[in-house]
Design a binder for this molecule. Structure first.
Ligand code: ADP
Length: 536
């Protein structure tokens, strides 16, 4: 929809301020506390999605095909656990087919040989088609992932469109340098595509991760084999059909649905893949580096886990800080690698902050993601749902104070109450592990040196939030924190031009922005003797 506002893209937070929806109504009892949430009856009676599943095969060499084995797997509706559709299950043989198609498209096809302007035009037409089919794309994504439709349609699909247009803009601006080398030589650098890129994406932002990955790869004239997450295969298949409709030559982007061990691993070990880009867990990231090293030393970029601190200073605007801390954690059902999952609050404002955080959580609207106004849908699947409930039990057992929530919502699907723990200590599991769910942990600190030490005392280094009105404090903290992104008095600001990636075990390399292009380029030095050195 051309009329949809793109201004919201710059800040997810502006769209999902906790205060903008609903009032508390129903109540639910748990053993340890009483919680009040706004919930919709539609948790028990799911709304029928108005979209048909048209693409459930693999997309290889520009054609939809069955898996070589003929196998399929079910993709499930997180609202109920019911099967949405059977999807072709790719394995090593399908990865071989997809890599061969991508190799042929790179070595012999028109894609790397057409003018950069022509590539740019195809990407721009693709962005237009996604925009034109916004409702269908959004419905598919909501159904498969359980994300609120409002969030998908107003933020995530526009963000995909923005990413594609951003990278279309780069396609004809990639060029090398002429260097003043010593001696009588003309030296230039050519920026060339790396070749066949293998890309593996997770389930928490299927379309946005798709854009982060394919955008720079295609802008730099590479060909791609993309493996989607087994929980959310549908949206990538559909939007890639639109990319072919926009004029992409066969084999340039191949999409293989399937599981990590049987489809992801063969892609990482493949001898004819030149590069792997991965987003997912730190554990899988380590395996991927090993596979790359043991096969052909392909280059690897990784965007992995986090346990990001959200630091509230004593001079912060506490109302605003509580709302943004709420957003930083609860956005997307808490399923964000950069979730502000350690809320560190100065002792002088701690009690006031906890009360305000509770007020935000009590207003959160949990319900069927297709219902207008819903802010929180179900978790992605049974496994994540059980894992989160286990962390909640561990928080209670380790002595943290359960302020609100702590149980499932309704009796169907994978909904969890917005949950807050106060009096959390650094050594508790809930303060150390990535919970990946709607569970906020609020810790207390005394001074800035202490909070820096504690914020950095983790294997992760993905992101941090800083809430202060003092410029010197903001400057000090943004330099002292060992993380790839620092958001000051804001959170989750994700424009296509802003680089994103992790320090330490949160990853390697940066995605988005100008920095992401270098992940998909080889630099070649070309040296020619000069006849007349006087003109150096
Ligand atoms: P999560 O626990 O959040 O699902 P994973 O790291 O397991 O995170 O999964 C992220 C992506 O990595 C998915 O597409 C998944 O299929 C893929 N994956 C999982 N294990 C492997 C593996 N051993 N090799 C390659 N890809 C994998």
């Amino acid at each position: 929809m051309a009329s949809r506002k793109l201004s919201s893209l710059l800040s997810l937070s502006s769209c999902f301020s906790s205060s903008s929806f609903g009032n508390p109504s129903s109540s639910s009892h748990v053993s340890v506390c009483i919680s009040r949430f706004t919930t919709f009856a539609s948790i028990e009676k799911p709304i029928n999605p108005s979209v048909k599943i048209e693409h459930n095969q693999l997309l290889i060499d520009g054609k939809f095909v069955d898996a070589a084995s003929g196998k399929t797997f079910p993709t499930l509706d997180p609202r109920t656990g019911n099967v949405i559709a059977q999807v072709a299950e790719g394995d090593a043989e399908d990865i071989n087919r997809a890599v061969s198609a991508a190799r042929k498209a790179f070595d012999e096809g028109p894609w790397p040989r057409m003018t950069p302007y022509e590539r740019s035009c195809i990407l721009l037409r693709f962005a237009d088609l996604v925009e034109k089919n916004m409702d269908k794309v959004s419905a598919l994504e909501t159904w498969d992932s359980g994300k609120p439709y409002d969030q998908v349609a107003n933020v995530e699909v526009p963000m995909l469109v923005r990413l594609i247009r951003y990278y279309a803009g780069w396609a004809d601006k990639i060029h090398g340098l002429t260097l003043p080398a010593d001696g009588s030589y003309h030296v230039q650098t050519l920026h060339e595509p790396v070749g066949v890129a293998g890309q593996i994406i997770p389930w928490n932002f299927p379309l946005v991760m798709y854009g982060w990955k394919i955008g720079p790869a295609l802008a730099c004239a590479n060909t791609v084999v993309l493996k989607t997450a087994e929980q959310t295969p549908l949206s990538a298949l559909y939007v890639t059909s639109l990319l072919y409709e926009a004029g992409l030559p066969p084999g340039v982007l191949n999409v293989v649905s399937g599981f990590g061990a049987s489809a992801g691993a063969p892609l990482c070990s493949h001898m004819d893949v030149d590069k792997i880009a991965f987003t997912g867990s730190t554990e899988t990231g380590q395996r991927i580096l090993e596979m790359a090293a043991k096969s052909n030393l392909k280059s690897v970029t990784l965007e992995l886990g986090g346990k990001s601190p959200f630091i509230v200073c004593e001079d912060a605007d506490i109302d605003q800080a509580a709302e943004l801390a709420h957003f930083a954690l609860f956005f997307n059902q808490g399923q964000c690698c950069c979730a502000g999952s350690r809320t560190l609050v100065h002792e002088r404002v701690y009690d006031e902050f906890v009360e305000k955080a509770k007020a935000c959580a009590s207003k959160r609207v949990v319900g069927d993601p297709f219902q207008k106004g819903v802010q929180q849908g179900p978790q992605i699947d049974e496994k994540q749902f059980q894992k989160i409930l286990k962390y909640i039990r561990s928080g209670v057992e380790s002595g943290a104070t359960l302020e609100i929530g702590g149980d499932r919502c309704g009796s169907k699907g994978y909904y969890i109450q917005p949950t807050i723990f106060s009096n959390v200590k650094d050594n508790m599991l809930i303060a150390q592990d990535e919970i990946f769910g709607p569970v906020q942990t609020i810790l207390k600190y005394k001074d800035l040196d202490e909070v820096v030490r504690r914020a950095n005392a983790t294997q992760y280094g993905l992101a941090a939030g800083v809430f202060t009105q003092n410029l010197a404090t903001a400057n000090f903290l943004s330099r002292a924190l060992r993380v790839g992104s620092v958001w000051i008095n804001c959170y989750d600001v994700f424009d296509a031009a802003i680089p994103f990636g992790g320090y330490k075990m949160s990853g390697q390399g940066r995605e988005k922005g100008i920095y992401s292009l270098s992940n998909y380029l080889q630099i070649k030095a070309v040296v020619t003797p000069l006849k007349n050195p006087a003109w150096l």
